[in-house]
Design a protein around this ligand. Structure first.
Ligand code: AMP
Ligand code: MG
Length: 479
């Protein structure tokens, strides 16, 4: 939407990838109203002049009305869910409205989640409930503020409709923005069907859109694999740095762009617990906190499999060898990214050989004492004494003196947030929104987690974990 209320669309996915999606329209919302919108992101998208309070904006952002220039569509994708392959998932409750070029010339998808049934809905109702929509706003925007690549939240729109979820819940649509919504599962959909031409078109499109510099490579498809490995390794390392558990790292929830996507049963850890699981359905701990790097490699191997015919046409053995070499590098690449994240958290401006020993020792100590992860690093950052655990002297010596110490303090202030979306605070905010129609706690929490490094006097209750004795956090899929 420009000042006349119009998006300036340029819909490359619809134009270039016919056969990879179904043209579709959103359901009519009975009484759409924008409950929250992201003014900063809107400005970035040149939507600064839009009146988000208007019926027109609410109609467009709920999917009720298709704006001029849009080519709304449901994308086809497959995916491994908890290790089992589902050949047909796709946008079952979402619409890609279209793409726009943002103020920096970057192509961004305008995407709606909860906009009604599509040909991919299977048994689902195509809808989303208000609580999970606001939850995605909080977590996605907190992730962005923590410098973690993510889809962004543009608006939360009430539909005015009641939907059936654990009783009756207010329905809502999330308008979100991403560099693209191409997933590992998008490649799997066409690979599984043996649709080689479509797969090649998708790969060429993904390269042109996300890594145009690879087009000129000898083997652009192998380079695509490497680029996705690099982005995803860096991404998961950042998750581990802030204590984020995605909760449903299925291959349909892993992007080619390297952005975090689909905030369902995700949560930030309070107490440091390598085995932390929040999702009510993750009984085996497949997507537990410390298992995320292993799943990263597993998912990337599934991605590599889809590219084999492109990597070395007609020479399967060579393709497998080349792809395997790349996949074997994943742990090493992840580890390098992770070490860099952890060094930042500890204020280590330079690298030393025994940093790993130091970090492993401290994490072991945190796990044994079930110490609050975010709070611990902020305590270190504020240089408050934490007693004298065995690693403390080693760490102090590594920091150095004088200017080194100042640099360390600065680095730590930038890497160790004060405010993350603590589970109990998220739940509190969503309860007020859904049960009392009161968005004030949601707005307050959003304001804190989107300025995670700026301490606000009087907001101490947002800094720590849930009070002792609180019920453990359980999160749910398919909400
Ligand atoms: P998610 O768990 O949100 O990543 O979704 C996994 C798959 O289930 C995707 O294909 C979604 O489109 C689909 N899905 C989730 N919820 C619904 C729903 N309420 N109606 C239809 N499809 C859904
Ligand atoms: Mg998903």
């Amino acid at each position: 939407m420009d000042s006349d209320g119009h998006f300036k669309f340029d819909n490359s996915y619809a134009r270039e990838l016919e056969g990879l999606y179904v043209p579709w329209k959103g359901a009519i919302a009975p009484a759409p109203a924008v409950l929250w919108h992201n003014a900063e992101l809107a400005a970035e998208l040149s939507l600064g002049a839009v009146d988000f309070g208007s019926f027109e904006a609410a109609s467009i952002l709920s999917g009720s009305r298709s704006p001029d220039g849009a080519s709304p569509l449901a994308q086809a994708y497959a995916g491994h869910q908890f290790g089992g392959f589902s050949p047909q998932l796709g946008d079952g409750r979402a619409l890609l409205v279209g793409e726009i070029l943002d103020r920096n010339g970057q192509r961004r998808d305008i995407h709606l989640k909860g906009s009604g049934r599509t040909p991919f809905s299977r048994g689902g109702d195509g809808k989303a409930a208000l609580g999970p929509v606001l939850r995605e706003v909080l977590i996605a925007e907190a992730m962005h503020a923590l410098s973690i690549p993510t889809t962004r939240a543009l608006a939360a729109v009430a539909t005015g409709e009641d939907i059936a979820r654990d009783g009756i819940q207010p329905g809502a649509v999330l308008a979100r923005v991403a560099a693209s919504h191409i997933r590992v599962g998008t490649f799997q959909f066409f690979a599984a069907r043996g649709e080689h031409e479509k797969l090649r078109k998708l790969a060429d499109y993904a390269i042109a859109r996300h890594m145009p510099e690879l087009t000129a490579r000898d083997n652009p498809y192998l380079a695509l694999l490497t680029a996705v490995i690099d982005r995803q390794a860096a991404l998961i390392a950042k998750w581990m740095g802030v204590g984020f558990v995605h909760g449903v790292m299925n291959t349909d929830n892993m992007t080619i762009s390297g952005e975090t996507i689909d905030y369902g049963p995700c949560a930030f850890i309070d107490a440091y617990d390598p085995g932390a699981v929040f999702s009510s359905i993750d009984h085996g701990g497949r997507y537990a906190f410390n298992n995320q790097p292993a799943i990263l490699q597993w998912n990337l191997a599934r991605f590599a499999e889809t590219l084999l015919d492109l990597i070395a046409p007609g020479d399967h053995d060579a393709a497998v060898r080349l792809a395997t070499e790349e996949i074997n590098l994943v742990p090493e690449k992840f580890h390098a990214c992770w070490l860099a994240e952890m060094r930042g958290k500890f204020g280590l401006v330079t690298a030393a050989d025994d940093d790993e020993t130091l970090i492993a020792g401290i994490l072991g100590w945190l796990a044994a004492g079930r110490v609050d992860y975010t709070g611990f690093f902020r305590t270190l950052t504020d240089a408050v004494s934490v007693g004298e655990p065995p690693w403390f002297e080693h760490w102090q010596a590594r920091l150095g003196e004088g200017a080194d110490r100042t640099a360390a303090a600065r680095l730590m202030q930038q890497r160790n947030p004060i405010y993350i979306p603590r589970n109990h605070k998220v739940e509190e905010a969503l309860r007020a929104a859904v049960q009392q129609n009161d968005l004030a706690p949601f707005r307050q929490l959003l304001d804190l987690v989107t300025h995670p490094y700026e301490q606000v006097p009087g907001m101490e209750e947002f800094e720590g974990p849930a009070p002792e004795g609180s019920a453990p956090c359980v999160t749910y899929c398919g909400t």
